[in-house]
Design a protein around this ligand. Sequence first.
Ligand code: GAR
Length: 206
Amino acid sequence: MKNNKASIAVLVSGGGTNLQALLDAQKSGILKSGSIELVISNNASAYALQRAANAGVEALTLTKKACGGQQGMEEAIIHALEERGIDLIILAGFMSILSAEFTARYDHRILNVHPSLIPSFCGAGFYGLHVHEAALAKGVKVTGATVHFVNEIPDGGEIILQKAVNVHEGDTPEKLQKRVMRQAEWKILPAAAEKVSASLINRQEK
Ligand code: GAR
């Protein structure tokens, strides 16, 4: 905690539009109980790194390759988080499944945004555009997004917020992805970050 705000680290791998939604929410005051202190990318060419730089937030690149594998990468992440006293970790398009050791260490302190209404179209193999391809292949008329706590089961942790989004006739995975992001992810991720940050502050004050 710094200045009575939860210190947040955002883990990313790609475009970083959800990171941008969090940075914008901080600026507009929607996210007021937490402060984004660090961005970590497991991909050196992620545009999310540019977004962090534009916002003046410290960013690190920790790839599996440079760290000698998944375990080495997780150790490097933990080291960076501990060094900065991070209270809350947000996975915002982070495309690597964290080990049970990692998730147990940060029990109820890791959030993830997933682009479907869990328990539909989730778990191993369901990430990014694949989720929307599967939703369209099934022919669902409503999909959406979920923010949940992260535990040892991929997309299996306690649900915090969900929002439904209509599928339109003629949707492509790309069109649907954009609509789900705009109507659901970019709203519920900042809202959940605020909710959990506020509860972490409350817990500390008691
Ligand atoms: C988002 O749609 C996010 O929900 C999804 O990847 C995209 C990342 O976009 N995450 C997963 O599929 C995780 N299982 P972004 O980098 O622009 O935020």
